[in-house]
Design a protein around this ligand. Sequence first.
Ligand SMILES: *[C@@H]1O[C@H](CO)[C@@H](O)[C@H](O)[C@H]1NC(C)=O
Ligand SMILES: *[C@@H]1O[C@H](CO)[C@@H](O)[C@H](O)[C@H]1NC(C)=O
Ligand SMILES: *[C@@H]1O[C@H](CO)[C@@H](O)[C@H](O)[C@H]1NC(C)=O
Ligand SMILES: *[C@@H]1O[C@H](CO)[C@@H](O)[C@H](O)[C@H]1NC(C)=O
Length: 384
Amino acid sequence: MGDSKKNTVINFYIVLLFSIWLAVGDSVDFNFPAVFNLGDSNSDTGELAAGLGFQLAPPNGQNYFKTPSGRACDGRLILDFLMDALDLPFLNAYLDSLGLPNFRKGCNFAAAGSTILPATASSISPFSFGIQVSQFLRFKARALELLAKGRKFDKYVPSEDIFEKGLYMFDIGQNDLAGAFYSKTLDQILASIPTILLEFETGIKRLYDDGARYFWIHNTGPLGCLPQNVAKFGTDPSKLDEFGCVSSHNQAAKTFNLQLHALCSKLQGQYPDSNVTYVDIFTIKSNLIANYSRYGFEQPIMACCGSGGPPLNYDSRVSCGQTKILNGTTISAKACNDSSEYINWDGIHYTETANQYVASQILTGKYSDPPFSDKMPFLLKLKF
Ligand SMILES: *[C@@H]1O[C@H](CO)[C@@H](O)[C@H](O)[C@H]1NC(C)=O
Ligand SMILES: *[C@@H]1O[C@H](CO)[C@@H](O)[C@H](O)[C@H]1NC(C)=O
Ligand SMILES: *[C@@H]1O[C@H](CO)[C@@H](O)[C@H](O)[C@H]1NC(C)=O
Ligand SMILES: *[C@@H]1O[C@H](CO)[C@@H](O)[C@H](O)[C@H]1NC(C)=O
């Protein structure tokens, strides 16, 4: 085949793909102009570091950004991969004021350590869910105020219709549960879940009342499988399940998720002019941990970046990248040689390779309610 003929054929297929893309686009519209994300470290792209004024240490960020980038990961987060699939740029953290942040296609309010319930004096992050919602409301009011001043702001901040058509994503709740285990029994934690979710519902309602219509809500993962929790609560083997995860923590996550799912259905019923999508991260991550070798991993639980070696390579006294001298002994948390063999990065967060796998499973549409066809996200991922 001559080169020009080959090109014609390739062009034909590109046109065909675009036609399918447009046709499918009628039924499920993934053409969101912007994403507004609220959450914790699972989707923090630099918010807590900017807000509290610290730098995460390398080797965080070593794989993709070549600099810590404010993410507790060796590279990209699930959120980054989803932004890619939506053909949108990575989200700037709301509080990160340098580096010419552009918020036209969205803004990220998620901060590491954040809880749904209001922060207390001992919280890592003061930016709990209600505060993140308030930050968003202020962000929107300020954006509209700037736009009213003149067109020169069009390039940097979203317009009113972008706020209406944008996707509001949520990934929060893990810290409410994980933190509670330090002072409460499982029964007390299970009993507190409705209160936690009531606070979540209040935040969602505030956003809805302000015009948000597309909600995308991640449930919480199997936190009993995180080295941090296994190290603290799993020293007695009878507390662990067949995969080496702390049973009580996973039970709390499951109960939380059941009630979160019910809340999503309730919200969808209450707001027929909105779209509420519930995404089952727990099932994706549990399957990954249980069947890790099938997905190309060698370590399902042990942290890549940590201290102490097998079986967890986790020491709560040093975080990834830190070195400390304790009682005259130097301990340091360094990265493993090949993070792509590990699911867990630093004892609490997933590696980039694991995040990529989780994002690919989200994009199949099979783990959401309502489910969506995998056709759209797949085609969106093709970059011509
Ligand atoms: C939102 O929900 C409505 C009603 O259920 C549906 O017709 C529409 O296709 C949905 N839109 C998107 C973007 O999913
Ligand atoms: C592991 O894979 C098997 C076979 O596909 C599946 O039946 C099982 O549910 C998976 N385990 C988990 C915890 O998802
Ligand atoms: C230092 O050693 C003392 C005595 O062995 C011990 O009680 C303490 O927990 C140690 N401190 C740290 C930070 O490991
Ligand atoms: C990393 O690789 C070096 C050199 O190949 C080797 O000496 C070391 O044992 C490896 N470390 C781990 C934790 O596998």
